[in-house]
Design a protein. Structure first.
Length: 256
């Protein structure tokens, strides 16, 4: 599995982009920054998008991505999400008023630019050669993380969440097949009350989550840092000695 970091922050500053990951060049995991952080050749290769929830730092670049790939000579790009997420994108973003509805606009091959694919949680789907399961997590609005993989390699992608249980229980079932965890950590520990109210983790609450995996010690990749707190979060993460934890870097590709 090859995962490129397009954006790894829970906010934007110059050189720091909202959340988005590219799996093996064809699956986009969240769309906070795709139109800004990937060249047109890279954007044209994307076939499927997995959305965790409809907050703008996870979907805000998809309207501009739609413009960029209207000239594609390809099938429609599938946008996967729960009914809540899909409805929010349809009704409040690409609704024909705020932005054109790209499920009604055709690309250069005569296919609609986007096609919505509603998924339900706790069910496996086959997407571009991978098994994908959406798992409910604990944020301020209905949100899901994902378990993604095939064969003996799986990853957890947490989406936005504060302390939660189900995704860690599902990850624990994978045992040695769980090779990597991409998990948000938005705030430092001195802002734990703000993190709790806004549905996010801090380094100490992250540690509580990882312990739910029991003996599993997969590599841990941290994303969704609020840009102004990145250095503080990094210092606090280094104090966690029981796990191999990496703060992801934008433009970098990680091989799982």
């Amino acid at each position: 599995m090859k995962i490129k970091v397009l954006g790894c922050y829970g906010g934007q500053l110059p050189g720091k982009n909202n959340t988005g990951f590219l799996l093996n060049e064809e699956i986009l995991i969240d769309g906070g920054t795709i139109a800004l952080s990937a060249d047109i050749k890279t954007q044209r290769k994307i076939k499927n998008i997995l959305l965790s929830h409809p907050h703008l730092d996870h979907v805000g670049a998809i309207p501009f991505f739609g413009v960029n790939v209207t000239s594609n000579k390809s099938k429609s790009i599938n946008i996967y999400g729960t009914m809540f997420t899909i409805n929010a994108v349809k009704n409040y973003i690409m609704n024909g008023t705020i932005w054109p509805d790209f499920t009604k606009i055709k690309n250069s091959a005569g296919n609609y630019v986007f096609e919505y694919k509603t998924i339900i949680t706790n069910k496996w789907y086959d997407i571009d050669g991978y098994k994908v399961k959406a798992i409910t997590v604990n944020h301020t609005i209905p949100t899901n993380g994902y378990i993604i993989g095939n064969g003996d390699k799986y990853i957890i992608y947490s989406g936005d969440t504060k302390e939660t249980d189900e995704i860690w229980m599902e990850g624990k079932k994978l045992g040695d097949k769980l090779k990597a965890i991409f998990v948000e950590t938005a705030y430092p520990d001195n802002l734990i009350e703000l993190a709790e109210k806004s549905g996010h983790l801090t380094p100490s609450s992250l540690y509580n989550q990882l312990k739910k995996l029991g003996k599993i010690k997969s590599k841990v990749f941290i994303y969704h840092m609020k840009p102004e707190y990145e250095k503080i979060i990094e210092k606090e993460i280094k104090k966690i000695k029981d796990y191999r934890i990496i703060l992801v870097k934008e433009t970098k590709t990680y091989f799982i």
